[in-house]
Design a protein around this ligand. Structure first.
Ligand SMILES: O=C([O-])CC(=O)C(=O)O
Length: 285
């Protein structure tokens, strides 16, 4: 089965209404190119590092404009629309960094909450404490769609290979890591991480990214990308501003890659929980 996939690159503002309109324009364009699966970046709804600012525009799932617009678009265009993430107000006063997948009937198929919180101090002075803002997700998710099985991740999750291995073992043929990577870490690691997740799991990786200088002052790396199961970059965007990245996904390439390098089959799962033996020795020279 071959289908066309699109990753939408955005430079989201702090205003969810504006971002919903930009998303709709880009998703329509991607569907016009024949894409039946379209992915948007992490934080499609608002790139906003100021917590009070984010709280002011936050809605619960039922009232969120990105969620509503995405469901309507999926139905109107008869596509699978994956909102890479948007911030959702939870009943307990916390926030989820949540991805949504809608089917061609406009119905929500599943959600996924970002599991790994980006609590990092970079040497350019950027300091991130996502755990102070978001409630981390606790479950890996795989969607069983008519054309492929899709595994979920969001941004920083891409640095935790065991999440994607769990999803690949559960049958995922396409791994997804919509992102808002920092420019500094993106320059050093982005492409390598995406290609590594593809190669070690024999799976496609599709990553829609935020790109450019945002209204809140943040700078994101962009380079939305689609990688095949052999680690080849099929399509990639630049580092700034909106773009649509398209590729034909031949799902049979997953079986072909896994037949050549059967690392899912050859894995020894006990190693995940193994306590390494500590061998001390040597002399100081
Ligand atoms: O923003 C994030 O979640 C992740 C990020 O930039 C990185 O891992 O370098």
């Amino acid at each position: 089965m071959t289908f066309k996939a699109a990753a939408i690159q955005m430079c989201s503002s702090v205003d969810p209404e504006k971002n919903a309109a930009a998303m709709a324009r880009l998703v329509r364009e991607a569907a016009g190119h024949g894409a039946i699966y379209v992915q948007t970046p992490e934080m499609t709804g608002a790139v906003q590092k100021d917590r009070p600012g984010l709280m002011a525009v936050l809605r619960d799932e039922a009232n969120d404009i990105i969620v509503r617009t995405a469901g309507d678009l999926a139905r109107e265009l008869s596509i699978y629309l994956h909102v890479g993430s948007t911030a959702i107000a939870l009943a307990d006063g916390k926030i989820a960094n949540r991805a949504f997948l809608f089917g061609p009937d406009g119905r929500k198929i599943c959600t996924y909450d970002k599991i790994h919180m980006f609590d990092v101090d970079l040497d350019n002075g950027e300091s991130w404490r996502e755990s102070a803002v978001y409630r981390p997700g606790e479950k890996a998710t795989v969607a069983d769609l008519p054309f492929a099985k899709l595994g979920f991740g969001i941004c920083y999750d891409v640095r935790f290979p065991q999440l994607f291995r769990t999803e690949a073992v559960a049958g995922a043929q396409i791994l997804t890591t919509p992102a808002a990577f920092t420019r500094q870490t993106g320059e050093a690691h982005w492409e390598i991480l995406l290609r590594a997740r593809a190669i070690e799991n024999g799976a496609f990786v599709i990553s829609a990214a935020q790109a450019g200088v945002h209204e809140d002052g943040r700078e994101t790396f962009g380079h939305s990308m689609i990688v095949d199961p052999w680690g080849k970059v099929l399509a990639s965007a630049g580092g700034s501003g909106e773009a649509i990245v398209l590729a034909d996904i031949d799902v049979a390439a997953v079986g072909a890659a896994r037949a050549k390098i059967p690392n899912l089959k050859n894995a020894r799962d006990f190693e995940l929980n193994m306590q390494p033996e500590l061998a001390k020795g040597g002399v100081t020279v």
